[in-house]
Design a protein around this ligand. Structure first.
Ligand code: PNW
Length: 488
């Protein structure tokens, strides 16, 4: 009798534990990629050169092994296989980006490429035929070179150029695409380009360039959002936002909390406050720091360009959800005199040095340390600062070198997804979906083909760019099938 009760009891406990690992009904799983990283076909048909084409060809030493994305995964030709993989995994949605200069070879809306249109129509229709929702990013770092020649993201006219491009995209694809990201990770391409010079087009201008880019990016995003609102929303009922790269900052010691908050405001607030906060505009602490620094350096005014009241209103509230790209975390402390401070070691702009805990395992990428709790803390912080809203994790993943027995990647996904579940179940966070970065191994920017984030392995030595599922693909497939982390 006693033992029967015990068996029943343990059964119940197990059932509850299992349920705890279930995702809420309606929670969506996807995987992501980006045009330059997978498409190849860099000069196919009438596609024009973009800043990454130019960067890898002219400054190959910025890329490991002098690699480039000329062919990459050749998704320009192999898109059918990509869709097949998305279907094999059972994805609810697939996130990919449109190459601006493939659709608009001049960068402007005067000429729309037939082949460009066909390519993206094929991908969108192919996904929908398999019941997979397309999630489309308009800009994932590949600016047409023609627009770069006119100043790129530092020219305020880019707000209109991006608006015109967005209108073309919406008018051709918004009948079938319901979920959009206007711009992917402005932090990576504004700061990555101008503060560090390591991203295309490799222009180093940290004091002025970065902040010009910041302002124009926020206005360009808002422009696309307003165009959608006015001309397309009623008809198509889609959802838009921009995607931010969020590295979570914790204080090194409790005394460093204020510093950690400044780091968050500088790295996250700078790209979020204008859009998601009630007041709009720049985060006050960032405004103050840059104004003071500009003064000390002898500038006539702050190098962080001010917003007019109209601009603040124009940008404020231009979101339907928050897109979270998150991989890793840092501990922050004040940099000591003479300490080397560059992008890998801290934030020179605000005198911050990074630390990591010794038990945060490093992935293949030099910047990726595993700290799953960081994801939950990050989203909690966003809710606290900007209010309750819908969150979608639009990127999260782990890099390794070649190989398909990727148990570390499975572990990473499990641990980070567990934090999402805790966020939903214990904190009541409204997290509606999760996107694994990435569907297949691809061109990982400065790391070339060395850091591999894929669920599928790609053989870059074969002309067919053969794709084979890794162990993590099997894991992800089961997880999606069961809608639960209870996967053996
Ligand atoms: C993202 N960091 O970039 C990009 O959106 C992807 O294109 C890229 O392949 C992926 O993450 C993996 O790198 C990041 O320094 C760039 O923490 C830098 C960082 C994180 C993500």
């Amino acid at each position: 009798m006693f033992s029967t009760k015990l068996v029943l009891f343990s059964f119940l406990v197990a059932a509850v534990a299992c349920e705890e690992l279930d995702f809420p009904p309606g929670f969506q799983f996807g995987a992501a990629s980006a045009a330059y990283q997978v498409e190849g076909g860099w000069n196919a048909s009438d596609k024009a050169e973009n800043i990454w084409d130019r960067f890898v060809h002219d400054k190959p030493h910025f890329i490991a092994d002098l690699a480039n994305g000329d062919v990459a995964c050749d998704s320009y030709h192999l898109w059918r296989r990509d869709i097949e993989m998305a279907a094999e995994l059972g994805l609810h949605f697939y996130r990919f980006s449109i190459a601006w200069s493939r659709l608009l070879p001049n960068g402007f809306a005067d000429k729309i490429s037939e082949d460009g249109l066909n390519y993206y129509n094929n991908v969108i229709d192919g996904l929908l035929e398999k019941g997979i929702q397309p999630m489309v990013t308009l800009y994932h770092w590949d600016l047409p070179q023609s627009l770069q020649d006119l100043g790129g993201w530092t020219n305020p006219l880019i707000v209109d150029w991006f608006g015109d491009y967005a209108r073309v995209v919406f008018s051709h694809f918004a009948d079938r695409v319901k979920i959009w990201i206007t711009i992917n990770e402005p932090l990576s391409f504004c700061d990555g380009t101008y503060s560090y010079g390591t991203n295309a087009p490799g222009i180093y201008d940290p004091e002025v360039g970065t902040y010009l880019c910041n302002k124009n990016v926020l206005l360009a995003h808002a422009k696309a959002y307003r165009i959608y609102d006015k001309e397309f929303r009623e008809m198509y009922q889609g959802e838009l936002t921009l995607a931010n790269h969020l590295m979570w900052y914790e204080p090194f010691t409790p005394e460093d909390e204020e510093l950690a908050e400044t780091a968050r405001q500088y790295m996250v607030g700078r790209y979020s406050h204008a859009v998601y906060s009630k007041e709009g505009g720049w985060p006050p602490v960032v405004e103050k720091i840059i104004a003071e620094e500009s003064k000390t350096k002898g500038y006539s005014k702050s190098t962080l360009p001010a917003f007019t009241d109209e601009e603040i209103e124009f940008i404020r509230g231009t979101f339907d959800y928050y897109a979270v790209n998150h991989y890793t975390s840092r501990l922050t402390r004040l940099a000591e005199e003479g300490e080397v401070r560059d992008m890998t070691q801290g934030l020179p702009e605000i005198n911050v040095t990074y630390e990591v805990q010794p038990d945060w395992k490093r992935a293949h990428s030099s910047w990726l340390f595993v700290y799953p709790e960081g994801l939950r803390n990050q989203i909690l912080w966003l809710r606290e600062r900007y209010g309750d809203m819908k969150f979608i994790v639009t990127e999260n993943g782990y890099s390794s070198s070649t190989g398909s027995q990727d148990t570390e990647r499975i572990e990473y996904y499990k641990e980070y997804l567990k934090q999402i579940l805790l966020g939903i179940k214990e904190d009541g966070l409204n997290i509606a979906g999760y996107t694994a970065w990435t569907l297949m191994d691809n061109f990982e920017w400065g790391d070339g083909y060395n850091s591999r984030f894929g669920l599928y392995q790609v053989d870059f030595t074969s002309p067919e760019r053969t794709r084979t599922p890794k162990a993590s693909a099997e894991f992800y497939k089961k997880l999606i099938q069961r809608h639960s982390l209870n996967v053996d």
